[in-house]
Design a protein around this ligand. Sequence first.
Ligand code: LLP
Length: 447
Amino acid sequence: MTLLEIFPSLRSGMPSPRVDTSVWPCETHYDDLGRITVGGVALADIADQYGTPAYVLDETEVRRRCQAYRKHFPDAEIIYAAKALMTKSVARWISQEGLSVDVCSAGELAIALAADVDPQRIVLHGTGKPFCELEAAVAAGVGRIVIDSLTEVTLLAALATKPQQVLLRLSPDIDVHGHPAVRTGVTDQKFGLPLGSAQADEAIARIMRHPNLKLVGLHCHLGSQIHEADFYGEAVRRMVAEMARIRRDYDVTLTELDLGGGHAVAYRCGDAEMNLAELADIVDDSLDAACALNHFPRPHIAMEPGRAIVAHAGVTLYRVMAVKHIEGGRTYVIVDGGMNDNPRVALYGARYDAVVANRHPTGPHMTATVAGRYCEAGDILAADVSLPADLRPGEVLAIPCTGAYHHSLASSYNGVGRPPIVAVHEGRCHEVLRRETPADLLSRDLG
Ligand code: LLP
């Protein structure tokens, strides 16, 4: 036994080995009782006060990530992809840090507007945007709309009674080799139109013909969890070449190039992450080269990170409900959440770490699988993780890196409402989104 294990209080104020900052928010420490604190608040206290499961969101970490983007890309527009996590508080924090917002539905648009985001700094995305959502976006005066299909050109042509800036989403045929569900840069997928295709050409021609549709640039989004910056360099080369071709054919110089999001974060210690300094260098160099080669003026770059802004700011808390040692099988730690609040394991085979948050684990460890409460065998949160062998029902487990695509993908399967989001900041916490209750579920049921 080490001294630190005998006197856990020695760790007070120190980042602990249980909580690696490549996965946890920077402001993660232990308190005198050996409990994990985030943003100066003990996770066990949050579990007691707001119940479990609960999403904890560290405001400082969200702001820190925004600032990192502003620092590495001082000349680019950083557009937060709201699909990762959207609440009024998040929209406020990221706008205060100088980011724009990408929304992909009338719901996300409504939240951005309710948070007083400047409509000019809102970009509307989405494949298959319903007419009424395009109408709401045009009426709100959103800065740009990213056109995804020929039909959208027709719908927008009918709606735009005053000038509306638009981008065209193209797939540049770049394969980032991710999970098929999140590989969007290849030609054979549903988003945008293939670069160089007859349909893309037709869309450009139709937009150009419309007096109120102002094509200002091109957009591409290569996929998710990309840690090799070179893919973005290749996207720059292909997209700038296309912008030069458009100038030759239509005598119009597009000034914006939106490279989408998809920057990887580490979900567990040792996972590869996107290095922003390297990405900035590669984008810069490839822009220089591509613009020189095509004699094209440097376009204004935009990027749309979602996950890289909020993932590490989030930690989900669960209460242990039961520990089952299956003879000849695994040990299952059953918790009071699961696939409703984190469907990413079932959807993409994502892997997470889980740790006990309410005490310092001093004794031996066991290998266990953290499973959820829902009526599906695939409702697993973390397979084969190391947990204290004496873990008991009632203890609090925390799963880090759950700020992105957790609440936004959550469901109310089995009639269990979505968890609250509790924001922490400089030693204080407050609920920014309350728990969904049976009364909420009933309020939609018209009988
Ligand atoms: N821009 C566009 C047009 C997008 O479609 C997306 C994500 C982003 C930006 C932001 O990508 P990010 O930087 O967050 O990777 N549910 C999946 C992720 C789906 C991403 C869809 N589009 C997951 O949980 O991994």
